[in-house]
Design a protein around this ligand. Structure first.
Ligand SMILES: CC(=O)SCCNC(=O)CCNC(=O)[C@H](O)C(C)(C)COP(=O)(O)OP(=O)(O)OC[C@H]1O[C@@H](n2cnc3c(N)ncnc32)[C@H](O)[C@@H]1OP(=O)(O)O
Ligand SMILES: CC(C)C(=O)C(=O)O
Length: 509
């Protein structure tokens, strides 16, 4: 059996320190319920002395959690902070006070203005004072990543001797390289007496984009608790993302001799919940929970994933509650992906039928970022209309705007393959195009309806135009056309209606 690594979630404390991420008590309770459901080991619920609202959140989450997990409140190494935290945690069945102070030369000299001896004295006092309220006391050595290692060993030894149950080694400024941070943890594991009886926690920040790597290297060197947040929220560039460390441990459990108790299938839901409550979007390419984490948009990858998912996916999306892999159709997609999607939509093509569809798809895809199902249907419908066509559009050009007179120059191809070009003026660009069509086709009819709608979402959506025309004998014909350019869609729709009218006339003649 591998070692259990405790997951200490600090979304509601350090995560909330992200600018713009503050949450009220109700919102924190919603997140806490999700954290309990996903079986984290510890919830850091807030910093009780910082405001009455945070005090209330810690108290309410303490009540909510019951036996399910430890609930923790943060303090400075200040008596009043510790007293207030103890008061807030009185509702909790498994309370933990998290106290400590900065230990790097910069924090000691410039922020706290303490000598090393004074800092050790203050740490010992804070741990002992916290122990007078609760059994479970975690000591943090803030900015341990930049501390002198002999002093770090000394102050952690003092905290352990004073009764700390957990010692937290933060790389507060995300300064370390993973192997240097690992060596720090190893120094403590090898040099602090009694450390084997306490939990060694790490709390890493992402200032160099290495928070997860730092945490993994710490686990490899003896850490047994990771402090992290959903979506990597937290001060500045954020904290270690829970979804990343939990999945990295799951993927490499044997090598790390580690496992966690987190239900990974909740990771996506938790990510979306925190994003919607805080209003902070998750970047699409974010590991594990980003919208693109299991999306494939290039032909070679799509072909591979359709043959065997693990050619390009190391995680089964279902394992993190993300549903399934996604194939995104774009101009980089190949035949395999397009054919697969059409089959899912119920279309079957022979190879000969499929080739022109693929070419029409590429034409649309080159104009759009992403091709949606509605576009695919439109492409097929447009092709079917083209197959039946008597007159087809070869080219259309419009000149319009204020104060120009809208003018259309249009070329149509007839059944015999001949091209005919006409120019016409109109009250608007569509009117000008329709007048030019009338000149070429020479069929009398009334346009009784014209409507346009976007086939899919986005500014680059295909526009589908529907028209109704009434022929001389009162018969009504509907025409449709779609394209990224609505003048072209309008022209195609009108031609489609006229083609039907002409075909009908011929049939009846
Ligand atoms: C790395 C981290 O994420 S630490 C957690 C950060 N979280 C927060 O700061 C929570 C929100 N903070 C607050 O609500 C307030 O800052 C409070 C209530 C904590 C303190 O408020 P104030 O008393 O007004 O102090 P202020 O914020 O101006 O300054 C912080 C003081 O705490 C001291 N201090 C900072 N950390 C510690 C510590 N761990 N132990 C003891 N003292 C500390 C500072 O040196 C400074 O003291 P000084 O005024 O004597 O120079
Ligand atoms: C208070 C400590 C644990 C912290 O948030 C940090 O060092 O980043």
């Amino acid at each position: 059996m591998t070692r259990k690594i405790a997951i200490f979630d600090t979304t509601l404390r350090d995560g909330e320190q992200s600018p713009g991420a503050s949450m009220n008590t109700e919102e924190k309770l919603v997140v806490a319920r999700e954290l309990i459901r996903m079986k984290v080991d510890v919830i850091e619920a807030g910093f009780p002395i910082s405001s009455p609202g945070d005090f209330k959140s810690v108290a309410e989450i303490g009540r909510l959690a019951g036996d399910d997990c430890v609930v923790c409140g943060l303090t400075r190494a200040v008596d009043r902070d510790i007293e207030v935290a103890a008061e807030a945690l009185a509702t909790a069945k498994r309370p933990r006070i998290h106290t400590g102070l900065g230990v790097s030369p910069s924090h000691l000299r410039d922020k706290l203005r303490l000598t090393e001896d004074q800092a050790v004295e203050r740490a010992v006092h804070a741990v002992r004072y916290a122990k007078s309220f609760v059994d479970d006391v975690e000591f943090y050595a803030e900015d341990a990543g930049r501390a002198d290692i002999p002093f770090l060993v000394r102050i952690i030894q003092a905290a352990v001797d004073a009764g700390a149950t957990v010692v937290n080694i933060p790389d507060t400024t995300g300064y370390n390289l993973p192997w240097d941070f690992g060596a720090r943890i190893r120094s403590l594991v090898e040099n602090v007496r009694g450390i084997e009886d306490v939990t060694v926690s790490v709390h890493t920040h992402n200032d160099l984009g290495m928070a997860t790597a730092l945490a993994m290297e710490a686990v490899r060197n003896g850490a047994s608790q990771i402090e992290c947040t959903i979506n990597g929220l937290g001060e500045r560039a954020g904290n270690t993302a829970m979804e990343e460390v939990v999945m990295a441990i799951r993927m490499h459990g044997e090598e790390l001799d580690a496992h966690t108790g987190v239900d990974t299938r909740e990771l996506t839901r938790a990510s979306r919940l925190v994003s919607s409550i805080t209003g902070i979007n998750v970047q699409p390419n974010k590991a594990i929970v980003g919208a693109n984490a299991f999306a494939h948009s290039s032909g070679i990858h799509q072909d591979g994933v359709l043959k065997a998912r693990d050619t390009y996916e190391i995680i089964d999306p279902a394992d993190v509650g993300a549903g399934g892999s996604q194939i995104i159709l774009s101009a980089r997609s190949g035949h395999a992906a397009l054919r697969h999607r059409y089959e899912e939509l119920g279309y079957a093509f022979t190879d000969a039928e499929f080739e022109p569809v693929y070419e029409a798809f590429l034409e649309v895809a080159d104009k759009k970022k992403e091709v949606y199902d509605g576009d695919l249907e439109s492409i097929v419908n447009e092709r079917n209309r083209a197959d039946e066509a008597i007159w087809t559009l070869d080219a259309v050009q419009i000149s319009c705007g204020f104060p120009l007179t809208p003018t259309a120059t249009l070329t149509l191809i007839g059944e015999d393959g001949n091209r005919i070009t006409e120019v016409a003026y109109g009250t608007g660009p569509v009117d000008a195009v329709y007048k030019a069509v009338d000149k070429v086709v020479g069929v009398g009819c009334d346009l009784s309806e014209f409507s346009v709608k976007a086939v899919t979402r986005g500014i680059d959506a295909l526009g589908e135009v529907t028209v109704r025309v009434t022929g001389g004998d009162g018969e009504v014909y509907i025409g449709r056309g779609s394209d990224g350019d609505i003048i072209v869609s309008s022209c195609r729709a009108y031609l489609n209606a006229l083609n039907r009218l002409i075909a009908d006339k011929r049939e009846r003649a």
